[in-house]
Design a protein around this ligand. Sequence first.
Ligand code: SAM
Ligand code: SF4
Length: 436
Amino acid sequence: MTTSYTDIKRLFEQRKNNPLYNTSYPLSPDDWAKYSTRGALPFDSSKPIALYIHIPFCKQICSFCEYTKMCVPSKELQRNYFNALINDIERFISFYPNVTLYGLDIGGGTPTAVAADIFAGFISWLSEFISDRKVTADFEPSIEGSFDTLVDNYLGKHRSYYIAQAGIKRLSLGVQSTSSDVLNQLHRNAVSPKKMREAIAYWHKKGICKINLDLMYGLPGQTIETIRQDISVIQELNPEQVTVYEFRTNQLKNKYKTDSENCYAQYCELFKGLTQLGYNGEFGRNTFSIDPIDCGLSSYLRHRMFEGWQYKGFGISAQSMSRFGIAYNSGKNQYIGKMIDSAWLIDNNYSYESPTYYQLPREELLSKFIAISGYSGGFSLSAAKELYGSDFISDYQHIIHFLVNENLALIIGDRLQLTKLGFHHYGAIMSLFYTI
Ligand SMILES: C[S@@+](CC[C@H](N)C(=O)[O-])C[C@H]1O[C@@H](n2cnc3c(N)ncnc32)[C@H](O)[C@@H]1O
Ligand code: SF4
C-alpha cells in the first residue's frame, strides 16, 4: 500500500478522470484468480443473512445495461430456471436452517417480465418460504420491475396483486430517463407519465406502499434539460423513493464514452431538483426518500451498503459475500443463453452454485465493501473495522489524512464522507483503499 503523501496524490491525479474507477470491484475478475478455492462459500449462521434472487429475463435488452440478462425465453425454459432457483434456495437453507433473514431482494433483469402463471407460482412459493423463517424487525423484501411489464394489461396487474399478497411492500422500477429521444437510441421504450401515475396509484391501493424509481445520468443524449424534465415527472409521480445511477460502462466493451464533468453536473441537477421537491438525501448519495428516517433502500441493500453484512445470491451470476470471501454463481461475464436448457441443467445438477469461491484476505473484503459504499458517498468506519480489524485506522491513516487534508473527505461521526469536491472524483478516492 502506498503511504507517502506525494505517491497517494499522484495516484489520485492519475485516476481522477478514469471512468473505470467507480462502484465496480474488482476491476478485472483475474485480479482475484489467486484466491479461488474449491467448495461453497461459508457463512456465519449466528449472524443475520440477506437473500438476493436474480431473474435474468427482460422484455427487451437496453443497450446501456450492465447486468446479466437475456430476452424472456419460452415458458418451458422459464420453468427450468425457477426450478433450479428453488432447488438452490432449499439446499442452502438445509445447511443454515435457523438463520435469521434481514432482507430478501428479487432483482434482475426484470422479474416482472416472466410469464404471469410462473411468476405467481414462484411468488407464492416464496411467500411460504418467508413465513417459515425468522426475520429481523426491519426485514423489508423488495422486487424490481419495469413499467412496461406491469402496466397496460390485466396480467400486469395480476403480477402486482401477487407481489402485495406475498407481503412485498417495496417495488423498484426503472425509468432511467423520461426523454423518448434518449431512450429510443438505447433500445428502450418510454412510458408516458400518465400511465406511470395510474400504475403507481393502482399499486398503492393494492398495498405496495413504497415505490422506488430509478433514474440514470450520464447516458448518451442526456442533458441538463432532459434531467430537468425527469425532475418534473418525478414531481408528478411523487414516488416514495428515487435512486439515481451514474452510467457505468466497465462491462460494455468500450461501446460508450462518459464524461465525468457532465456526470457531475447532471448529478448536481438531480440533487438540487430532488431536494427542492422535498426528498431527503445527502450530497453524494444515490438514494433519496420522502421519509427522512428512510434512507431509500431495501433492508438487504441498507445493511449490505452501510454495515457490510453477509448476503447470499441465487440464480445465474448472483454474487454472495461473507467474512470468508465472495462467490459468483455460474454465468458471470458469460453468454447465459445455454444455461436454462434442460441438458445444461441436468449436467449441472439443476444448480447455478459455483463449485469455487474467492477466499479473500481482509484487504480485499475491505476494498469490495468500500467500492459498494461508494453509492452512499462515503463509508462507515466501524463497518470497515469489523471487516478489516481494529487496526484499520492505523493501517490506512495516510490515505485518510490525504483525503481530509485535501478537503476531499470529512470524518463525520462514524463515517468517512466525501465532500462536494471529493464526490466529483469518488471513484478515484475509493480506489485509494483498493489493493491495486
Ligand atoms: C438491474 S436493473 C433492473 C431494472 C428494470 N429491469 C428496468 O429496466 O426497469 C436496476 C437498475 O440498474 C440501473 N442500470 C442499468 N444499467 C446500468 C449501467 N450501465 N450503469 C449504471 N446503472 C445501470 C438502471 O437504473 C436500472 O433501473
Ligand atoms: S435496464 Fe432493465 S430492462 Fe433494460 S436490459 Fe437492463 S435489466 Fe433489462
